[in-house]
Design a binder for this molecule. Sequence first.
Ligand code: ZN
Length: 204
Amino acid sequence: MIIYGTRGKNVHVDSGEFTCPRCADEQSYKHIEVKNYFTLYFIPLIPMGKAGEYIECEGCGGTFAPEILTYDPEAEREEMATTFRRLSVLFLLDVNRCTSPTLKAVQEIIGDTMNFDVEREDIAKDVKQAQSASPDIKKFFKTQTSGYADDGKFLLIITLRRILETECPLEENERSRLLELGKIMGLRAKTVKEVLEADLDEAE
Ligand SMILES: [Zn+2]
């Protein structure tokens, strides 16, 4: 009886340096391709094409899709800071709290959270734009955050809460607006409530 079949074999095709999201640091990686081989008596003989590929971090052993090599944490932070900035301005206008202290808080709090320089001029532009276009806030929150995981959405709620609280404690209408926006982003009302009530200083 002739025993034949196919088998996947890991082939190390390349290596280099990348930013590992798990190590949150520069690490060397191995680019591994999984190749299918035609086997005869369990011995791989003829390569039959690629079955898959992945990037393995040599620091933590984590494996990632090859797209990780073009992952740019800097650009991602900038994009998130920009989205948070726009949504915060929109929210402040919506709850009638667009004042110079809260706008300053937008700059400082988002800047700190994202470790990214938020420009005052950009905030001023956002205010003008939002005032002239008066976009549908619910729709805007939903579409702008659709790519975020839940922790990104919670971070947004916490950021908005912290911006308002630089002036005074949350008003009831602000609290219910945040709950509403959380719901629109697909977050559980119970958890949003907890986030709004949590002692933020203690959590840090
Ligand atoms: Zn790693």
